[in-house]
Design a protein around this ligand. Structure first.
Ligand code: DX5
Ligand code: ZN
Length: 218
C-alpha cells in the first residue's frame, strides 16, 4: 500500500495558541510535525529555534520532522537531537560535506533528510541516496509559507522516484511548499510519500478536516 503521510508546517500555526494547535495535530490524521528552522542567512527569513522545538516535544505525540534552512547545519546536529528532532533534514546547498553530515545525523540517532531547492537537480543525490531516509523537494523557494507551487516539481518527483527504485531502497519523497487540496492527489499519484502543508491546513476553516482530505486524496 502506498505511503500517504501528512506533515503540517507550524510556520503557519497560531503561536499564541501553540498548545491547542499541537493538540489538534495529535488528534488529527496527520503523521508528523513539520518544523521550519530559518537563520536569515541561508534564507531571507528567521523563524524559531531550539527552545520552541523543546516545548513542542513535551506534548507532541508524533515524530518531529525538522527542516533546517540554515548554513553549517552540521554544527547543530546534536543540539537538534537533544531538543527532540526525530527526522533532521539539511539542505544539499548548505552542505559541503553532505556524506559526513548524514553520518553524523544517523550517529545521533535521527532519521536523515536532504532537501533540494527548486533549481537543484535530483541526480546530484545519486551517490548518497542510500544514506537518505527522506528527500524533501522544495516546491517553492524556501523562506516563506503561502507561496505558489512550482509545477516543475512533478518532473523532479518522477526522476527521483526512478533513482530511488534503481537503488532498490525505501527513501521517502516529501514535498514542501504550496501544497493544497487541489494538487495533493496529483502529487501522491506522481510518487510523493509525504506532503508538507502550512497555509492550506492552518488557515483553513477546519484544519482537522483539511488534514483528513489531504491524506485521503486518491
Ligand atoms: C518554506 C517552508 C515550508 C512552508 C510551507 O520555506 O519550508 O515548510 O512552511 O508552507 P505552505 O504550505 O504554506 O507553502
Ligand atoms: Zn519546510
Amino acid at each position: 500500500m502506498k505511503n500517504k503521510l501528512i506533515s503540517p508546517s507550524f510556520l503557519s500555526a497560531d503561536f499564541l495558541r501553540l498548545k491547542s494547535e499541537i493538540e489538534m495535530i495529535n488528534k488529527s490524521d496527520a503523521d508528523w510535525f513539520h518544523l521550519d528552522i530559518m537563520d536569515g542567512v541561508f534564507v531571507p527569513n528567521i523563524s524559531f529555534g531550539m527552545p520552541i522545538i523543546k516545548q513542542i516535544k513535551k506534548i507532541a505525540q508524533k515524530p518531529l520532522d525538522v527542516h533546517l534552512m540554515i548554513v553549517e547545519p552540521n554544527k547543530y546536529i546534536n543540539h537538534f537531537k537533544e531538543v527532540g528532532a526525530d527526522i533532521l533534514t539539511v539542505h544539499y546547498e548548505a552542505c559541503t560535506h553532505l556524506h559526513r553530515t548524514l553520518q553524523s545525523i544517523k550517529q545521533a540517532g535521527m532519521q536523515t533528510g536532504v532537501s533540494l531547492n527548486p533549481h537543484t537537480p535530483v541526480m546530484l543525490l545519486e551517490d548518497v541516496i542510500n544514506d537518505i531516509d527522506v528527500v524533501l523537494l522544495m516546491s517553492v523557494n524556501p523562506g516563506f509559507g503561502g507561496q505558489k507551487f512550482i509545477e516543475n516539481t512533478y518532473n523532479k518527483i518522477e526522476k527521483l522516484k526512478r533513482l530511488i527504485d534503481s537503488k532498490k531502497n525505501n527513501t521517502l519523497i516529501e514535498i514542501d511548499g504550496g501544497v493544497n487540496l487541489i494538487n495533493a492527489e496529483k502529487l501522491f499519484d506522481t510518487g510523493a510519500d509525504v506532503l508538507v502543508a502550512g497555509n492550506a491546513i492552518f488557515n483553513s476553516t477546519n484544519p482537522t478536516e483539511t488534514i483528513k482530505l489531504l491524506k485521503s486524496s486518491k
